[in-house]
Design a protein around this ligand. Sequence first.
Ligand code: NAD
Length: 407
Amino acid sequence: MPTDQSGQRPRALLLESIHDDAAFTLREAGFDVERVAGALGQDALLDRLDGVQLLGLRSNTQLTASVVERAPALVAIGAFCIGTNQIDLTAASSAGVAVFNAPFSNTRSVVELALSEVIALTRRLTDKNADMHAGRWDKSAIGSHEVRGRRLGIIGYGNIGSQLSVLAESLGMSVLFYDSADKLALGNARRCGTLEELLAEADVVTLHVDGRQGNSDLFGEAQFARMRPGSIFLNLSRGFVVDHGALRRHIENGHLAGAAVDVFPVEPKTRGEEFVSELRGLPNVILTPHVGGSTEEAQQDIGAFVAGKLREYARSGTTTLSVNLPPVALPPTPGTQRLLLLHRNTPGVLAAVNGVLAEHGINVEGQVLGTRGPLGYALTDVGGLQDDEVLKALEAMPETLRLRVLT
Ligand SMILES: NC(=O)c1ccc[n+]([C@@H]2O[C@H](COP(=O)([O-])OP(=O)(O)OC[C@H]3O[C@@H](n4cnc5c(N)ncnc54)[C@H](O)[C@@H]3O)[C@@H](O)[C@H]2O)c1
């Protein structure tokens, strides 16, 4: 069971109906776990955070600097989702609070939705379905194709794009991709040197770029115009990347045969709010409410993944894949105590730490340092740590942001 200096049983607070697996993992690791079904406002959150070491949330809880600064027991936050915009990461870092998320847990779900849409659009299932519901029986094969042998153009060959590449090849598609970074081409996929080269060749163009600011309006009139006549367009990445007015024009004038869009520049905040978009009412266009990553499997994986990261951080100080702290891991040294020192990244901190330890006759049994921008993070395994003087001296160092001890 993880314990800190106080030797108290640690507490975790999980908000927003986080998957049961997360509570299970943390209870197994020795935490008292409290659960809240919804998000909490600032005041209610502050009340509940009193004495809580681990906080789990999803996208509807805003964790401001003011809350982080007034929750001194907090040591780590788990964002049980992909994005971490809802958390003031700078404040968390300054307070020495580690933040973890689940960057890959819903990758497969997005890929499966994209593939199903590629097949549905290529086969014009949306039109057939609409006809049948309207009482029209049309067995025509015109405009319906197999995906086998067609060229899939993937823009953004990261976690999602590269997995889509592998599965699309297994369906017999030939894959082209364009990525602004150097990426290993998987299987028989072919890298395109420019976006234009991809657009000129692909029968299906699918966007999987990340949400960096420079990608705003990445895909507009000029890019749609360069796509092959009769081709299909998908966007399951970010809404602001695509000009929807231009997409509408290219569907209406018949240049594109279909489209699937899962993400929008402005999305309703609640279930009851009307969805407003220029793309409503178009033929062979599949619209989905940002559900690319929303499957029960992904939720379960997110629960287990993030809870696992929180547990490892609590047990050993490991920050691998942390969103904000330097990545550091150190195998445990038997019979030692571990000092976790988050500090300002300035020269000589490690020497100063070891100087304090040496002054008190304490031997360093294992040590590792990682840095990330203005932050440094050192794990030090020591034997024979008995008096508080050492901890007071380390805490008093001007570079120290937060010191914790694991026994
Ligand atoms: N629809 C959903 O529910 C859902 C779920 C998960 C992720 N996403 C979104 O999917 C996107 C991809 O996710 P990921 O995990 O694969 O991200 P990733 O960071 O692993 O991959 C993104 C790739 O895009 C490349 N890239 C960025 N800008 C580019 C540009 N202008 N031109 C070419 N390449 C560019 C990057 O180099 C990187 O390889 C993200 O925008 C993410 O937010 C959506």
